[in-house]
Design a protein around this ligand. Structure first.
Ligand SMILES: [Zn+2]
Length: 205
């Protein structure tokens, strides 16, 4: 670790936001950001925006948790009306409005069987129970996403706090936040809303 890892980490994140924000403004999104930008996030967290022409590069997983490799898939962009038809009111509030469910209200804090978690909005694989731990917070917690490609991280200054928001890379639904107080090996705590996730029990026989 460097002499001041937290400050270093903060600086890297701010730099990333500044650069991606500028690129989006200038180029309107139809642009693949240089790999260097993603490679610069050396803390084990996800990179930034990786889309081009309405597509996003995702790591695809089968329901038994097998990694089927990266694929370029169309982003899922729906109107609020379409999202309301697809999601429960509570899930809409979280995924599309950045809401947070009450602690200990969700069903995914500790799964009874092995499995993976998919996005409630678009079914993208997001977390594996192998990286889940009991944080005691009342929200499902993970020390890493199932694939860095599948989540987007953004600075969130709401509620008078500086936090890092985590979103689904395909539908950009809000999932939760990531903090620096997680367990080994990453030291990260992805604090997710149960209602943003759909648990799929492993089908491996
Ligand atoms: Zn999604």
């Amino acid at each position: 670790m460097s002499d001041n890892p937290i400050q270093m980490s903060e600086r890297r994140r701010w730099l990333r936001v500044a650069v991606t924000g500028g690129a989006a403004l200038v180029l309107g999104g139809g642009f693949m950001l240089p790999r260097l930008l993603v490679a610069g996030t050396d803390s084990g967290r996800a990179g930034s925006i990786r889309t081009t022409r309405g597509e996003v590069l995702l790591e695809v997983f089968s329901d038994d948790g097998s990694d089927l490799g990266p694929r370029r898939l169309p982003r899922l962009v729906l109107s609020d009306e379409e999202w309301r038809r697809r999601l429960s009111p509570a899930a809409f509030d979280i995924l599309r409005r950045g809401g947070t469910e009450r602690a200990f209200s969700g069903s995914h804090e500790r799964p009874a069987v092995r499995g993976i978690y998919r996005c409630m909005g678009c079914a993208t694989a997001l977390f594996d129970d192998a990286a889940q731990f009991d944080s005691g917070t009342g929200w499902p917690s993970f020390w890493q996403p199932i694939a860095k490609l599948n989540v987007i991280e953004r600075e969130d200054n709401s509620l008078g706090m500086l936090r890092t928001e985590v979103r689904c890379a395909r539908c950009e639904g809000h999932l939760g936040h990531v903090f620096d107080d997680g367990p080994r090996p990453t030291g990260l705590r992805y604090c997710m809303n149960s209602l943003a996730l759909r648990f799929v029990a492993r089908t491996r026989g």
